[in-house]
Design a protein around this ligand. Structure first.
Ligand SMILES: Nc1ncnc2c1ncn2[C@@H]1O[C@H](COP(=O)(O)OP(=O)(O)OP(=O)(O)O)[C@@H](O)[C@H]1O
Ligand SMILES: [Mg+2]
Length: 309
């Protein structure tokens, strides 16, 4: 298995990703007063958080022994960039995301999440599945984090309305989660994550449970939101197609225990549109490159047995 350093050298196209990380994220010596959310803004050079992991590993100790979820993760995600992580099941993608979010901690190496201006970075996570509070309306779900931050009622409901408008759900603000479709719930989850105006958006297979057409629409919607807000995004998916449409760079992880096998720079111009990306001649080449690496890892990881095509 190549070292993370050799992987960096093997990056395809022009790289900008790099590696580093450390420690516990979300900490900064410079506490700042709460910032007012300002979703609709133009991107700025210093927007978003920077994530740097260096030799990060996470070992879990269980009753049956210890498990290395990931090892030697060496990665840098630049502020305002869109990083997509792909890899075989069980290679540590969710574990890595949880560590970046500060919900878990590395057992080796260092992981650092920071802002260029030194202020403490904030993050929000979006998962797949039912993550909305069923006893709150869509608007109340989106406003929930703002309530916790102390924003007054009228302001937070207005803000929630604005965000629901951004994801095309303003007419459903008073609906309960069970009254809307899975795609609408997922859009609400994204609006809820954006409500707190995070510097870093962490998305763990957010569209995994959706049908293909809705998934395409949400991918483009996410791209438009990201272009407007300038957040740093780390997005986990099993779909190479999705990765190529969204990413500035794709981090391909090895089979369990996961480390970075390759970083692929995605050259398609922005703003991106799915049909244009897919009709770009480079799309097929990059897809083939990513799949050939992933296939090797999936087969190495034992997900397929001999004789599987
Ligand atoms: N809390 C835990 N205790 C023990 N082992 C864990 C824990 N969390 C994760 N693991 C192990 O770490 C490894 C990586 O798990 P993780 O959920 O990060 O994988 P993943 O890449 O997100 O997989 P998937 O694509 O299936 O979601 C797995 O072997 C898993 O069993
Ligand atoms: Mg996972």
């Amino acid at each position: 298995m190549p070292s993370p350093y050799s992987m960096v050298n093997k990056r395809i196209n022009t790289p900008t990703v790099m590696a580093y990380v450390k420690g516990t994220s979300q900490s900064s010596a410079h506490d700042s007063p709460p910032r007012q959310p300002a979703l609709v803004k133009s991107r700025t050079v210093d927007s978003g958080a920077r994530v740097v992991a260096r030799n990060v590993g996470r070992r879990f100790t269980t009753a049956s022994g210890s498990v290395d979820a990931c090892v030697d993760i060496d990665l840098t995600v630049e502020p305002g960039s869109f990083c997509v992580v792909v890899g075989p099941s069980g290679c540590g993608k969710s574990t890595l995301l949880r560590m970046v979010a500060g919900l878990d901690h590395p057992t080796t190496g260092t992981l650092d999440v920071s802002r260029l201006d030194g202020r403490a970075p904030t993050n929000a996570m979006v998962f797949h599945g039912r993550t909305l509070f069923p006893w709150l309306t869509l608007q109340q779900n989106v406003a929930y984090g703002l309530k916790l931050s102390g924003m007054d009622r009228n302001a937070r409901l207005a803000r929630a309305r604005e965000l629901l408008g951004m994801v095309g759900l303003v007419d459903f603000q008073r609906a309960w989660p069970h009254q809307v479709s899975e795609g609408m719930r997922q859009r609400t989850s994204i609006a809820r994550a954006l409500a707190v105006n995070p510097d870093l958006l962490l998305m763990d297979e957010p569209f995994g449970a959706l049908d293909e057409q809705i998934r395409y629409l949400l991918q483009e919607e996410l791209l438009r939101i990201w272009e407007r807000t300038g957040k740093t995004v780390i997005f986990v998916t099993h779909s190479i197609d999705e990765a190529l449409i969204l990413a500035d760079k794709i981090v391909v992880m090895s089979a369990h225990p996961g480390t970075i096998r390759e970083v692929i720079d995605v050259p398609f111009p922005r703003p991106r549109f799915m049909t244009e990306v897919r009709s770009d001649p480079a799309f097929a080449d990059l897809f083939t490159t990513a799949w050939s690496i992933l296939r090797e890892e999936v087969e190495t990881g034992g997900a397929f047995t001999e004789g599987t095509a």
